[in-house]
Design a protein around this ligand. Structure first.
Ligand code: DGJ
Length: 741
């Protein structure tokens, strides 16, 4: 028997060694072929080593001739580890943090990947090319595909991995990252995001030292409050807005993620990014494949600004759902009414929204539940029929009312969650996420439904579908998710597969989204998760926008929106004007400042209009009308950040420029008292120095700028800049800049 096993093993070994020779495309042989994955301005170069393993060579500005990599010497001792792998696997000589770590069917912990071949497919879009590199374990029939997609004009390269088990028995995946990227520089300044509820996307720069720094979430749901699966890595020097080399990255995944930055003894940095391996062993049966989410990379030598613009272009052209359409302005009922409303409260709000020129009314939480009326956060969640006491004529009546006033109508749901005090929880205790035999913990008085279970997926789809059936006039859904995973456990998953929960939950969610999009391609769906808890490119594939933060205080929003828009385009960032002091921070900010800031995202309002004075309502009308003049620039223009709120000058300034450079909108905000002598100098960017422009200040009767209404050369605006008189905290200005032929 033992002899038989040995013979089998030798045959397998021989087959594995011969495999690459049998399968390689003729053009790629002999030894040391080089693969150049490229966009208009970038190259990512991989190549084979003499032992057939696939190595990483280069990522950066495009190279015309990559042939020198065939013979390049790295002077590393061959008996001391290897050169940089294209995708580090645990096993053999690799000691880097592995992107792939697994246990083979026979218990072997080593995986050694060798190159088999590569194919390139052009899509129907000439801008997009997909290169699939097939790797195989040297000794086992285990296949790994590295799939690179290039977006030529946007200079974005995405990577994902597909692992297929051709072994006789189940293999166990421990690490199955989407991408692995070695980087070489003198120093590495990692810019990443941290925060909390109401403080999302706070930017932090860290000089990386030897060892590993990770950015991650282990919360399962509501994963982006504390960190975000994205980064900007400045090479050699601290990140600058306009100069220097910066690599940008973002993972398109809404569940647990981990981005590792490992600096080793040769001062090289290794980025691995993907699903967090934390308690997430994934078993692959024979013949089964696992596909990772996509990791998105870009690079610019024009600083953070270049990275942002590449990502925004890619996101709008390829990732964000329905990104080519103008998003409507809206009034959301939450901070104006909370749970405390009846039909009249809402029809009054609709009247007021229409009168101020807004285009949609969104009914937030509190409209459903009868046995357990949703009059606070403690009951009713899960019971998605309209509350008859509050809304006797139903949702249809309200939606029709909104339409009769010229508005569109939207409504809030939170279909992944359930209150213990609900009919749903009474009916389906088996659908609740909790440890086996244990009790489920509540967060905001609610439990989480187990989306790994297809019955729950059907239910969640049914909630959306059912709500949509209440009126043909519903054109917007706010999809909320107000807790994360605790006390993990699924009654649906088998005992030995509980670790799949983290992956299967999100895949379950995505399959629900797919069904929704197949049936409701046009409805706007906002991703909200206690504010900015689901801000990632995985969610944005199905959503038009996110609720950026529950914190609507304009001063806090400066930082939240600045951070969010470093990675995600303004088109997706819901930005609402609320009462002042607002309900989160207590800061008092002028209405003009609040509007001016919200006008740099997708403008909305979230307050009780009846509490506004006549004068304030007039001002709101003017601001909303002005926003409509510039929102195409906000949504589709190139973002240039002029002054960072982190720079310590007490100013924040940004602008959006149309692709043809004929129109732009520039914003300036004063964040602290500047004394009598200091005024800002906002040197504009992105304009054409040869063109002449007229500057018109918006949203004011009394301009802060001596040049209001005057003509300027583009070169003046770029080199000298504008100096509006903004000196007190809360002063702000918005300028429309238009080419004059
Ligand atoms: C949390 C959201 O972020 C808020 O905007 C609001 O929709 C509440 N949930 C409603 O419960």
């Amino acid at each position: 028997m033992k002899r038989m096993k040995d013979v089998m093993r030798s045959v397998l070994l021989l087959l594995a060694v011969l495999w690459p020779c049998l399968n390689l495309q003729a053009a790629d042989r002999p030894e040391k072929s080089v693969l150049n994955v490229q966009t208009d301005d970038l190259s990512l170069v991989l190549g084979t080593a003499s032992d057939s393993s696939l190595m990483f060579h280069y990522f950066g500005p495009r190279l015309a001739d990559v042939s020198p990599f065939r013979n390049k010497q790295t002077y590393r001792r061959a008996d001391y580890g290897t050169d940089d792998p294209a995708y580090a696997a645990a096993g053999g000589r690799n000691l880097l943090y592995p992107a792939l770590r697994m246990t083979h069917a026979d218990g072997n912990l080593n995986t050694e990947l060798i190159y088999v071949g590569a194919t390139t497919t052009d899509s129907s879009d000439p801008n997009v090319t997909e290169t699939t590199v097939l790797l195989r374990d040297r000794f086992y029939p285990l296949e790994v595909k590295l799939i690179f997609r290039t977006y030529a004009r946007e200079n974005v390269i995405t990577e994902r991995v597909e692992i297929t088990n051709h072994e006789k028995k189940t293999v166990v995946l421990h690490h199955y990252y989407s991408a692995f990227l070695p980087v070489k520089a003198q120093k590495y300044y990692l810019n990443h995001f941290h925060g909390a509820w109401a403080q999302e996307m706070t930017l932090e720069e860290t000089l990386l030292t030897h060892g590993i720094k990770s950015v991650e979430s282990r919360k399962g749901v509501r994963t982006t409050h504390h960190e975000n699966p994205s980064f900007l890595l400045a090479l050699d020097r601290p990140m600058d807005e306009n100069y220097g080399e910066v690599i940008g990255g973002a993972l398109a995944w809404s569940g647990n993620y981990r981005l590792n930055f490992e600096m080793n003894e040769s001062n090289e940095l290794y980025i691995s990014a993907g699903i967090n391996p934390y308690a997430s062993e994934y078993r692959l049966s024979p013949g089964e494949s696992f596909r990772t989410p996509e990791m998105v990379f870009t690079y610019s030598c024009e600083g953070a600004g270049g990275v942002t613009r590449n990502l925004h272009d890619w996101a709008r052209n390829y990732q964000v759902y329905d990104a080519q359409t103008i998003r409507p302005t809206l009034l959301n009922s939450w901070e104006g009414a909370y749970f405390d409303f009846d039909e009249k409260t809402l029809t009054d709000m609709i009247d007021d929204a229409a009168e101020m020129g807004l285009e949609m009314f969104v009914l937030d939480d509190g409209w459903f539940g009868n046995k357990y009326p949703r009059n606070d956060a403690k009951g009713g969640l899960g019971d998605w029929e309209v509350n008859h006491a509050k809304l006797p004529r139903g949702i249809g009546y309200l939606a029709d009312y909104a339409v009769s006033k010229g508005l569109r109508f939207g409504i809030w749901i939170e279909p992944e969650m359930v209150n213990p005090r609900s009919e749903l929880a009474e009916r389906h205790p088996d659908w609740i996420v909790r440890s086996k035999g244990g009790t489920a913990t509540t967060i905001r008085s609610q439990w989480l439904l187990d989306l790994t279970n297809p019955e729950v997926q059907d239910f969640v789809f049914g909630v959306f579908d059912g709500v949509m059936q209440q009126s043909p006039n519903i054109t917007y859904i706010k999809w909320d998710a107000n807790r994360h995973v605790e006390n993990v456990g699924s009654e649906y998953l088998p005992d030995d597969q509980q670790e799949r929960f983290w992956v299967d939950y999100i895949q379950g969610l995505y399959s629900v989204y797919e069904r929704i999009r197949a049936k409701y391609p046009r409805v706007i769906v906002q991703a909200c998760s206690s504010g900015g808890g689901r801000v990632d490119y995985g969610a944005l594939k199905y959503h038009q926008e996110v609720w950026t933060s529950d914190n609507t205080d304009a001063l806090s929003r400066v930082y939240i929106q600045y951070g969010t828009n470093l990675i995600y385009p303004a088109l997706v960032t819901g930005a609402h004007v609320s009462a002042s002091p607002n309900h989160q921070t207590g800061n008092v900010m002028p209405l003009k400042f609040r509007f001016d800031l919200a006008m740099s995202g997708r403008l909305g309002m979230e307050l009780q209009p009846r509490q506004m004075s006549e004068q304030e309502r007039e001002m709101a009308k003017g601001a909303i009308a002005d926003y409509k003049r510039i929102r195409d620039l906000v949504m589709f223009g190139d973002l240039y950040r002029i002054e960072s709120p982190y720079a310590g000058t007490g100013y924040y300034s940004l602008m959006y420029v149309s692709k043809d450079k004929k129109r732009a909108v520039a914003y300036g905000y004063c964040l602290q008292y500047q004394g009598r002598t200091v005024t800002p100098r906002f040197r504009l960017r992105g304009l054409d120095p040869e063109k002449r422009y007229r500057i018109t200040e918006l949203n004011t009767r009394k301009s802060s700028f001596w040049g209001n209404g005057k003509l300027f050369g583009g070169d003046y605006l770029i080199r000298e800049g504008i100096n509006p008189k903004l000196q007190k905290c809360g002063e702000s200005a918005v300028f429309l800049i238009e080419e004059v032929e």
